[in-house]
Design a binder for this molecule. Structure first.
Ligand code: AP5
Length: 292
């Protein structure tokens, strides 16, 4: 791990570093944080499927009902350090699951592009790698979450919440995800990913000069770089991340799935896909049980 000169501690959250052998309450869920493995997590038939101990266990009757019941759409939060791959995974997740992708960073950049008052203020904070004030971010995200498309198709919230007060605001509004995905990436990799990142302004697709190069010269010629994607600025963003990450994790620790983000994007997605498939199946079973 790089030492970036933050004043805050760089230790991971206690729940992140919890090893199954040390845990006083070993978690039976195959996807929860204590899993140390960096490989995609297989579903095993002898393991409990529930993410919540309070869910009723399936039986033959409610499994039958589940087949015809329509589950509520999925609600997912994806989290991780700057350049851990949130946006990249969101592209893959939305392709497969059809969720509405809501990125706090993208919403803020849209405000900046519109030269709105909020955008001007937000840019001052983003240039320093600091969190934009809640007065701007909280309502912006909440309103997007409550739009009809998010409610009907389900949502994938990226880069929010980033502080305990932002998490508390969601809880106050009764907005709670089904699963909290945490991308775990080592810091030397994060810096390399930031400085090599490029964006296609036409399609919105995320590239990396080394790991995900543009498909042709035409695309390469129009790629842009984000104003906060310098080595100097990413170090500030990482400090902000470390100051807040434990507080946010503590709110969602019972539904957190830790994913190894150090591997190729397809392998990262395989881990997320397994976890989301599991949650979606569990929701179907659960809604069927309630309907029965
Ligand atoms: P935001 O835009 O959310 O930035 P971030 O959290 O720093 O995350 P990034 O968008 O930089 O990275 P990512 O994780 O999406 O990675 P990506 O997939 O692009 O926020 C920007 C700023 O806005 C914040 O600093 C803050 O000021 C403000 N802000 C945002 N939310 C806020 C909130 N809630 N409250 C207050 N302020 C807020 O990947 C990065 C690169 O790596 C790409 O080039 C990609 O191709 C490559 N890559 C991805 N995955 C892999 C892989 N597996 N292998 C190899 N390369 C990979």
């Amino acid at each position: 791990m790089l030492l970036l000169g933050c004043t805050s501690s760089f230790t991971l959250s206690p729940c992140v570093s919890l090893s199954p052998s040390l845990s006083p309450h070993p978690n039976p869920n195959p996807f929860l944080l204590s899993r140390p493995s960096f490989t995609p997590i297989p579903l095993r038939s002898n393991q409990p499927l529930s993410l919540s101990k309070s869910l009723p266990s399936p039986n033959a009757t409610n499994l039958f009902v589940a087949a015809s019941a329509k589950a509520e759409p999925l609600k997912v939060i994806i989290s991780g350090a700057p350049a851990s791959g949130k946006g990249t995974q969101c592209e893959l997740i939305t392709q497969k699951y059809g969720l509405v992708h809501i990125s706090a960073g993208d919403l803020l950049r849209a405000e900046i592009a519109n030269a709105s008052q909020n955008g001007k203020l937000a840019k001052e904070y983003m240039e320093k790698g600091q969190l934009v004030p809640n007065e701007i971010v909280v309502m912006m995200v909440k309103e997007r979450l409550l739009q009809p498309d998010s409610q009907q198709r389900g949502w994938l919230l990226d880069g929010y919440p980033r502080s305990s007060s932002q998490a508390a605001a969601l809880e106050d509004y009764g907005i709670r995800p089904d699963v909290f995905i945490l991308l775990d990436v080592s810091e030397d990799i994060l810096v390399e990913r930031v400085v090599g990142r490029r964006l296609d302004p036409l399609t919105g697709k995320i590239y990396h000069l080394k790991y995900s190069p543009p498909e042709n010269d035409e695309i390469a010629s129009r790629l842009t770089q984000r104003f906060d994607d310098t080595e100097e600025k990413v170090k500030l963003r990482l400090c902000t991340h470390h100051e807040n990450v434990d507080d946010v994790l503590s709110v969602y620790k019972d539904i957190t799935v830790k994913v190894n983000g150090n591997v190729a994007k397809e392998n990262v997605f395989a881990q997320i896909d397994a976890a989301l498939t599991h949650v979606a199946e569990q929701r179907k079973v659960n809604s069927g049980s309630l309907a029965a």
